[in-house]
Write a protein that binds this ligand. Structure first.
Ligand code: GLU
Length: 276
C-alpha cells in the first residue's frame, strides 16, 4: 500500500535536490527541462500560500564535468574548484527557470558554522526568512569552496535537515534517485519492500539503510536517516522520494512511492515502521 503524503497543509517546506537530478550523471549537463517542471511544482506551492526553500546539490558534479575530470578522481582542492565553477552553472539554471515564472532567487551558501555558531545562526535564519518574505526563493548549498573536513556538514541531506530545523519547516522532502528506504537492496532481492512510513529510527532501520541503494548521492541512505532524526526531533515530517521524472512534487502528492518519516506528537507516541 502506498500512502498519499499530505503536502498541501505544510506552511513551509524544504526541498532537497540530489546531484543526479539537477545534472545528467553521464554528461554533467544541467537537466533544464526537468528543472522547469520542478519549478512549476514549486510555483504551485507558492500559489497555495506555502513557502519553499530549495537545498540543491550538483555544484561538484557539474563543475567537475566542466573541468574535464571525474569527481571520484578529484583531490580536495579539485573538488573546491569544481564546486566554485559548478555553483555558477546551477544557480544560472535556477535563476532562469524561476525568473520565467516570475520568482526571484537568493543564493545562500552555508558552512556548518553558519548553522552552529550562536552569532551566525540568527543571521542565517533571518536571511532565509527575509528572502521568503520578499518573494525570492532561497536556493541553498554548502559553501563547498571553503569547506574543510572539520567545518563541513558534508552532505546536503543533513544540511537540508538543519535548514528545515532552523526555519521551522513542517515538511522536508529529499528528492533522490531511489523511491525511498527498502527493507533490502531491491537490485539484489526482488522481495525487498519499500518502507512507506517510519515513526521511529530503530537499529533495524539503520541496518536496512546500510543495504539500501542510494549509491549515486554523496550521502546515500545512511545520511538520509541522520537527516530524518534531525527533522523528526524538530517536529518536521520528512519524505524520501525518487525525483528523476518530471513534476517530482506532484508525483508525491499523487501517491507516488515514497518513505515518510513522521515525528512523534503528544497524541501519537507509537514507534514503528511499516513496509509495502
Ligand atoms: N554540496 C555538494 C555539491 O553541490 C553536494 C553534497 C551532497 O550532495 O550531499 O556538489
Amino acid at each position: 500500500m502506498t500512502s498519499t503524503v499530505q503536502l498541501s497543509s505544510a506552511r513551509r517546506l524544504v526541498v532537497k535536490i540530489g546531484s543526479a537530478l539537477i545534472a545528467d550523471p553521464e554528461t554533467g549537463d544541467i537537466r533544464d527541462s526537468w528543472l522547469d517542471t520542478l519549478i512549476d511544482d514549486v510555483g504551485r506551492f507558492f500559489a497555495r500560500g506555502q513557502q519553499v526553500i530549495i537545498v540543491t546539490s550538483g555544484a561538484v558534479a557539474v563543475g567537475s564535468h566542466h573541468i574535464g575530470k571525474l569527481d571520484r578522481c578529484l583531490q580536495i582542492g579539485g573538488k573546491h574548484a569544481a564546486a566554485a565553477i559548478g555553483q555558477v552553472h546551477i544557480m544560472r539554471a535556477y535563476e532562469q527557470s524561476l525568473a520565467r515564472r516570475g520568482f526571484g532567487v537568493g543564493q545562500v551558501l552555508l558552512s556548518s558554522e553558519d548553522i552552529d555558531d550562536q552569532h551566525r545562526h540568527p543571521n542565517t535564519k533571518r536571511t532565509l526568512r527575509q528572502l521568503l518574505q520578499i518573494g525570492a526563493v532561497p536556493v541553498v548549498n554548502e559553501n563547498d569552496t571553503t569547506a574543510t573536513s572539520d567545518i563541513c556538514v558534508g552532505d546536503n541531506d543533513r544540511l537540508a535537515a538543519r535548514v528545515a530545523q532552523m526555519v521551522g519547516a513542517n515538511v522536508l522532502i529529499l528528492l533522490s534517485n531511489v523511491d525511498g528506504l527498502f527493507t533490502e537492496d531491491p537490485h539484489r532481492n526482488p522481495l525487498a519492500r519499500l518502507v512507506t512510513e517510519v515513526r521511529c529510527i530503530t537499529p533495524e532501520l539503520e541496518a536496512m539503510a546500510a543495504h539500501s541503494p542510494a549509491r549515486h548521492s554523496s550521502g546515500g541512505m545512511i545520511t538520509k536517516l541522520m537527516a530524518a532524526k534531525i527533522a523528526m526531533d524538530a517536529g518536521c515530517e520528512m519524505v524520501i522520494a525518487k525525483g528523476t521524472k518530471s513534476y517530482p512534487l506532484t508525483a508525491i502528492e499523487s501517491g507516488g512511492p515514497s518513505t515518510c518519516f513522521i515525528p512523534l506528537t503528544e497524541d501519537r507516541d507509537t514507534c514503528d515502521a511499516s513496509a509495502n
